[in-house]
Design a protein around this ligand. Structure first.
Ligand code: ADP
Ligand code: MG
Ligand code: MG
Length: 539
């Protein structure tokens, strides 16, 4: 009806405008912000886990302040910090700049007479560094010397840092990070999609202007359907991962009625939509390779943490406004530490690997099978064992998956693409790409030769396709079914404990990145800054 159209238009306009950033309100709000006073940080100082990796490498504000400390200390610390930075530049340099970056490092840090010589190195590593050549550069500098540098920084520099004014600043940020998060922290915009326990909508942080997606899980619905432990598991996995190719968690909080997960906003639509709903069926090959490379990296990041994703399919791959993609919906993900394997049936029909269908024990192999299905689908707009919109029973899809050979229509598949998909669709786990032992990584496969993975990981490769900025790649708000009212659910003490356990507030790495990206970190660090009206922090 007309009202629906109008509602949708209003919702879209507000949402698009927020992304454009009307910042008068924002500036005013920011001027009233201030960091907690140093004397308010005593408990944080005493209780903070003094883990070098966590405080000085993984947390972005921590990393920045530790670097500032090093650069303002003695020449040895400066050399260590500059060496690590230049090593990153070298790693990310394209072919043309690579030689020059390498030579610079050798001349600056490896020659005993240079003033930036890495004089903290001792023994064999020191000798190796001094004798480094173009040939063994990667092995020596990016390996042993880098490790020795990090090991060195962990010692005296790290303990001195903890007595510096940079660390005092860090504690103020950590204290600020602990603020209670409620729905008042955000503006709320249109619904982007619906899930099993509630809707996902766009939100914006009032203090920074940062846009996010907020997945709202209805507490009553969770209790009614026994979804509690699943929701907590999804949250715990989301907060652990920190990857450019996975949707990341920034906040977890609760309202009276909902548990909320605030995640990376992906407003370019999902890959299923792009395969089937945008004119031509299937995607152009350069897009297929690019998305497959990003997804492969995302899966590898999960596997490196012993997490099997179990729901790899184009529908779960979301695009952001730049055209980069990330895996979303970690609701089926499972942690399998050590050698642990399971045989639980999980996944989506058409993407499930033979070992799942046969109820055999499996680990990470199922994700590579599903990736093979997904690449196939991006190319041909159908699944290997199920045609688009084919009316077929799950049992028949399972039978085909187990017994049939996959067919490749030459109209869609070139030889290289066929080869890599066939490797992912090996029915025997031990023969499958990604699962074979003593074999090169997937990313080293010939099919990916035009992708520079270190640059991809740093977000430096331009996406082959960019979503249009004025289009909302989601169903109209009116098209989404509403949830029915749930009656007769009451919460007991155990439920309240679970809600509390879930609502941990800001996630350190993501929150600190938001502070840096939005400029709030620089603004509040400015020694000449004057607040307009202190004490408005919690409004
Ligand atoms: P469920 O696990 O209940 O299926 P999802 O995590 O799949 O919930 O989210 C439901 C829908 O919300 C998705 O299909 C998608 O349309 C939308 N959505 C989910 N996460 C995001 C996000 N980070 N950015 C934009 N839209 C999202
Ligand atoms: Mg979903
Ligand atoms: Mg889910």
């Amino acid at each position: 009806c007309d009202m629906g159209v109008l509602d949708n238009l209003v919702a879209n306009t507000a949402y698009l405008k927020a992304q454009g950033g009307d910042d008068r309100e924002l500036k005013k709000r920011r001027r009233s912000l201030s960091l907690p006073k140093p004397e308010e940080c005593m408990i944080t100082r005493a209780t903070l886990e003094k883990d070098f990796q966590l405080l000085c490498e993984r947390q972005p504000i921590g990393k920045k302040l530790f670097r500032q400390f090093l650069l303002e200390s003695n020449p040895q610390y400066v050399a260590a910090a500059e060496f690590l930075d230049e090593l990153v530049d070298w790693d990310l340099a394209e072919v043309a700049g690579k030689d020059k970056a390498r030579m610079n490092i050798i001349n600056k840090f490896c020659k005993a007479h240079s003033k930036s010589f890495l004089s903290y190195l001792v023994g064999e590593v020191a000798d190796k560094c001094k004798a480094v050549t173009d040939k063994d550069f990667e092995d020596v500098m990016n390996g042993k010397v880098k490790d020795a540098t990090q090991e060195y920084l962990k010692g005296k520099p790290f303990s001195e840092y903890q007595n510096s004014h940079h660390f005092d600043k860090f504690l103020q940020w950590k204290e600020f990070e602990k603020q209670k998060i409620t729905e008042k922290y955000f503006y709320e915009f249109r619904t982007l999609g619906k899930g099993g326990f509630g809707e996902v909508c766009a939100v914006q942080v009032k203090n920074t202007g940062q846009m996010y997606a907020c997945k709202k899980l209805c507490k009553k619905r969770l209790k009614e359907k026994d979804g509690d432990s699943m929701a907590l598991l999804e949250k715990q996995i989301l907060e652990k991962v920190n990857s450019r190719f996975l949707v990341n968690l920034s906040y977890a909080y609760q309202t009276k009625t909902h548990l909320c997960l605030v995640m990376t906003l992906m407003n370019g639509g999902d890959l299923r939509y792009h395969i089937y709903n945008t004119g031509e069926k299937g995607l152009e090959m350069n897009r297929v390779v690019y998305y497959a490379a990003q997804v492969t990296t995302g899966i590898l990041h999960l596997h490196a943490m012993d997490i099997a994703y179990r729901d790899m399919k184009p529908e779960n791959v979301l695009l952001d406004s730049f055209g980069q993609c990330r895996l979303s919906d970690l609701g089926l993900a499972v942690e399998l530490p050590g050698e642990k394997a399971i045989n639980q049936k999980a996944g989506t029909s058409g993407y499930m690997a033979p070992e799942i269908l046969k109820k055999e024990p499996y680990r990470m192999s199922v994700d590579w099978w599903a990736l093979g299905c997904s690449i196939y689908e991006m190319v041909a707009a159908r699944l290997p064992f199920k045609d688009y919109k084919e009316k077929v029973q799950k049992e028949e899809v399972a039978r085909r998956t187990l017994e049939d050979e996959c067919k490749y229509d030459p109209k869609y598949f070139d030889e290289g693409t066929k080869t890599i998909i066939a490797l992912f669709l090996k029915k025997k786990i031990s023969a499958r790409l990604g699962c074979r032992t003593n074999c090169a990584l997937n990313s080293k496969h010939e099919w990916f030769k035009c992708i520079n993975f270190p640059r991809l990981e740093a977000g430096l490769i331009e996406p082959p396709w960019v979503p249009k900025p004025n289009v909302v790649y989601a169903k109209d708000t009116g098209d989404m079914r509403d949830f029915s009212e749930i009656k007769g659910v009451v919460f007991d003490q155990k439920d309240e404990m679970f809600f509390k356990e879930f609502s941990t507030g800001a996630v350190p790495t993501a929150w600190q990145q938001e502070m840096i990206d939005s400029g709030l970190f620089d603004e509040l660090s400015d020694p000449n800054r004057k607040e307009s009206a202190p004490g408005l922090n919690d409004k």
